[in-house]
Structure formats: structure tokens, C-alpha cells
Design a protein around this ligand. Structure first.
Ligand SMILES: [Zn+2]
Ligand SMILES: [Zn+2]
Length: 277
């Protein structure tokens, strides 16, 4: 946990518009300048970046690496404490009885200590937890983009963030982030590359899980189009919350199937087909 040492000061930076800020955070070479900072910072001071999402969220905590006078280019240490869960400012304020500054600039030491502790102990709503964030909100979209680390949820390829220009948009699919067992009707939040967004629209599926499952082969036993590709490893993150994958546990062998049906539980195929040279 990052804490403030005596003599160290904390500053709030604003990332606006939020999408440029998240893109620039994930792809520092993107030609974007979404940061607003004020104040004179010394080496070692801490910078907490707040995004203008609705509701506001906290992006990261960084350490200032060169003196900043308000006009120079800010330099920060490579080590960044990214808050991938993007703590929601109003939630943090309520839970910790603090008030975040609304503007960029220096923060009073006592408040800074509480903000540092609060944002770093903020817990991500986990599987099965109720995520109270409105799934259509920009805060939810920013979380999706951070969680996917700039990759497309549909094809897992990096999106061309380097070419992202201010004013560009990304394709977000809004859905509640609660994980359930891929029951019919369950959906999943996504950020999609242009290709996947086009394919999903062409597929006629409005539900992202249905769309992903429809790309897998139908079940040879019951014909259902709700099958998942088996994936080795413990059935933990990330596979057990991606319903188009099925965790097989960490013990895999010649009998490990390639596919499993979420409807009738039939499994088939071989993850490791025998090799005949
Ligand atoms: Zn894609
Ligand atoms: Zn089946």
C-alpha cells in the first residue's frame, strides 16, 4: 500500500475526457493530452488521478519523478499503482466519510492520507457480489476498458489505441458485471474492436454471452448452441467468469475434452489430440 511519508505531498490530477485518459494510461504513446494538473510538485510527491466519469472514479496513484512547476511536462515513476477496479468516488466518500477535492491541485496532508488509504482498500465487487454501478454509465465503461487492459473482449486482440484520437469512441456493450453461471439471459460487459462490434451486430445477438457462445460449435448431443471451450487451469479468474470458456481444473490429460455443453453437460473432443507424426 502506498502511504505518504513526512514531507511528501499529495496532488489530485484530473483525467478528462475520461476515455482519453484511460486510453493514454493503457497506451502512453497515444497522442492525447487528457491530464489537468496544478501546483508545484517535488520529486517523490504523490499524484492521484481522478476521471470525469459518471460517477467519478480514481484511475491511479503515481510518484512524481521530476520537479513540476505547473507548466513543464509531468514525469512520473514507471511504477504505477493502477486501481483497476476504478474506485467510485461517491462510494469512497460515503464509506470513509471524506470529501474528495473537485479540482486538481494539492491536497491537505490529513485528507490525503485518508484518500490514499480509502482508494487502496476499495474492493472490487467480485463474482456474485452486487455491483451497484449503473452498467450503462461511463464509470462502468471505464472499468471494462481497464479490466480488459485495452484488449477486445470478443477476440482478445489489442485494440488500436495508439491511433486513438480525442473525440474517438470505442464500442462498449453495457451489462451488469455480476457473474452468474451463464444462465440464459445473463450478459457480460464488453469493449469490442470494430470487427467484433460489426460481427456481433450482424449476428443479431443483443446479448454478449449469447453472441460468444454462438461462435462455438453446437452440442452434438442436444444441439444446443450454448457450448464452452475447455480451458485448463484452476477454475478461477479469468476463466470461470467467461462463460464461453469452461475451467477444467489444473489436472489435464488425454481424456480432457475440448468442448462442453452448458445445457446438457455433455463434453466431447480432445483438448490434446494424439499426435501421429
Ligand atoms: Zn475483437
Ligand atoms: Zn448439449
Amino acid at each position: 500500500m502506498i502511504t505518504r511519508s513526512p514531507g511528501q505531498h499529495v496532488f489530485i490530477a484530473l483525467g478528462t475526457p475520461w476515455i482519453d485518459a484511460v486510453v493514454a494510461f493503457l497506451e502512453p504513446t497515444a497522442r492525447l493530452d487528457p491530464w489537468i494538473m496544478r501546483g508545484k510538485m517535488a520529486i517523490g510527491d504523490l499524484l492521484i488521478t481522478v476521471l470525469d466519469t459518471t460517477p467519478r472514479t480514481v484511475l491511479c496513484i503515481e510518484t512524481v519523478a521530476a520537479p513540476f512547476d505547473g507548466t513543464s511536462r509531468i514525469e512520473v515513476d514507471e511504477e504505477v499503482s493502477a486501481l483497476r477496479s476504478l474506485p467510485v468516488v461517491p462510494e469512497v466518500e460515503q464509506r470513509w466519510s471524506i470529501t474528495f477535492p473537485t479540482d486538481s491541485g494539492s491536497v491537505d496532508d490529513a485528507l490525503a492520507d485518508r484518500i490514499l488509504a480509502a482508494v487502496q482498500s476499495y474492493e472490487v465487487p467480485y463474482f456474485g457480489d452486487i455491483d451497484t454501478l449503473d452498467p450503462t454509465s461511463t464509470a462502468a465503461h471505464a472499468r471494462t476498458l481497464m479490466r480488459e487492459r485495452g484488449n477486445c473482449t470478443g477476440c482478445d486482440s489489442p485494440m488500436p489505441l495508439r491511433k486513438f484520437n480525442s473525440g474517438d469512441r470505442l464500442h462498449f456493450h453495457s451489462a451488469s458485471r455480476i457473474f452468474r453461471q451463464a444462465e440464459p439471459g445473463d450478459d457480460y460487459p464488453a469493449v469490442l474492436c470494430r470487427k467484433c462490434a460489426g460481427r456481433m451486430a450482424a449476428s443479431g445477438h443483443a446479448n454478449f454471452i449469447d453472441y460468444m457462445l454462438s461462435k462455438n460449435p453446437p452440442c452434438p448431443h442436444c444441439g444446443a448452441h450454448r457450448t464452452a471451450r475447455c480451458s485448463p487451469g484452476m477454475p478461477v479468474y479469468p476463466f470461470d467468469h467467461l462463460p464461453w470458456f469452461a475451467g477444467t481444473g489444473c489436472v489435464v490429460g488425454p481424456d480432457t475434452p475440448e468442448w462442453t455443453c452448458r445445457e446438457c453437460k455433455h463434453s466431447w473432443g480432445q483438448m490434446f489430440p494424439p499426435y501421429f507424426p
